[in-house]
Design a protein around this ligand. Sequence first.
Ligand code: FRU
Length: 503
Amino acid sequence: MKKQFLFLASAFLLAVSGVAQPLYDEPYRPQYHFSPPTHFMNDPNGLVFFKGIFHLYYQYNPLELVAGHQSWGHATSTDLIHWKNLPIAIPEMPTGQIFTGSAVVDNNNTSGFFNGVAGGGLVAIYTLNEPTKEVQNVAFSHDDGTSYIEFEGNPVLDLQNPNFRDPKVFWYAPGHRWIMAVALPRAHQVLFYASRDLKNWSFLSAFGPAGIEAFQWETPNLNEVPIQGTNEKKWVLIVGINPGAPVGGSINQYFVGNFDGTKFTPDDSAARLMDFGKDFYATQTYNNTPSGEVIEVGWMSNWQYTQDVPTFPWRGVFTVPRFLSLRQNPTQTGDLLVQTPIALDSLHDKTLFNGATMLSPGSPLTISSQGNSSFEFHTTVIGGDKGRLNINIRNAAGEQVTVGVDWDHDGQVYVNRGQTTGFNNPYFTNDFSTWNSNLDQSIELRVLVDRSVLEVFVDDGVKVCTSSFFMQHGPPTEMQWVAENSPILVEDLEAFSLKSIWR
Ligand code: FRU
């Protein structure tokens, strides 16, 4: 009763203070990145492909613009680009909130939840966040993922521990069983369990502490990832750390190694970060993809400031889906995880630039985004020893975010979001940089811009910076390419404005 009232009151508040902005066209609203219609979203959950449809569930508070009343929101897509919003799939329970988890296709009815149903169905495995402990629960769907029925034998795992969460379950074919990776956050461990029926789970092993411990480990994901240029694969364990990321707050780290069906053994003890920005957390990979591709979706925010960002009537955005692969890097630091964003060609609208150019200091190149603040570009840039390139993505009022390459300082790539005035917060820091993993003078860049979010893929995605930014005086309308100190060759620059997925 109380909840119903809260919901109505908050819907009313959103309606009256919404200043008649059409939904999905509000200031800051990304146009080709997924965000919920209203209210608060954090982690992606239950990513699964089933009967031709990609499901995207997510941590959702349907009542407020901050975390709370966690439930599983739901959207679907047939192309991983256009999304259809659907009703909440798993609502908060009287006994607790529905925290992060995963979904699997039980096509052989190993669980017994799908007797007489050809092709089986979807099972969700998630954390129930109770007042005194976190336990793992299971629920199944008899309507292809629209709603879920709780398993009467829940919980399926209970350690009597207040911090035990985020089960990622997948089918491990060689062992003919389900494997669960689940976090023991304060112990900085990922625990592995196995099950034949998704109901009875037995403990296999623990990984950690390792890498960056920070305060907590969350949202683990274990995947077998293809190695570029080979037919081989290797196992990659992704672990969220929060708070305590090197640049503050939340970030994902990964370990490359082997999983033998029981135990994960890393190749080395190095912790590698998936992103050099501040807005990439709780990434999760799809189960049951059509050709076994490893596809992730990450949350573009940070617990340090996510509950304060100036978006309305929603908070929370996801990255575009990204394909994961490994690049062998024997001369440097082991195998590196590469993130390749999904091709957005189907959204291309206008060609903003197409060609090569030599940029000279003092003669910037300005490229208008032709009235659209959602665009992408791809290029390779080559600078001399002392050169520096600043790509200023800006609005008419002079607010800008900069993507830069600094050959004068070892070819480092940097992102600066400081010249924006829409969000003042001590944790919303401005400067991010990464070293050049390339041994020559060329840097390949693919950059996605979408009103208030930026994804920068360096050298085919071996380095990534995911960043939100908030321009108070309107979203970016042009790019200014500025060479400093020495000429810079911009090879094959292709820039396109992008159509909205919401209209
Ligand atoms: C990660 C996280 C998870 C938890 C969820 C709650 O961002 O803290 O550990 O399940 O968010 O919304």
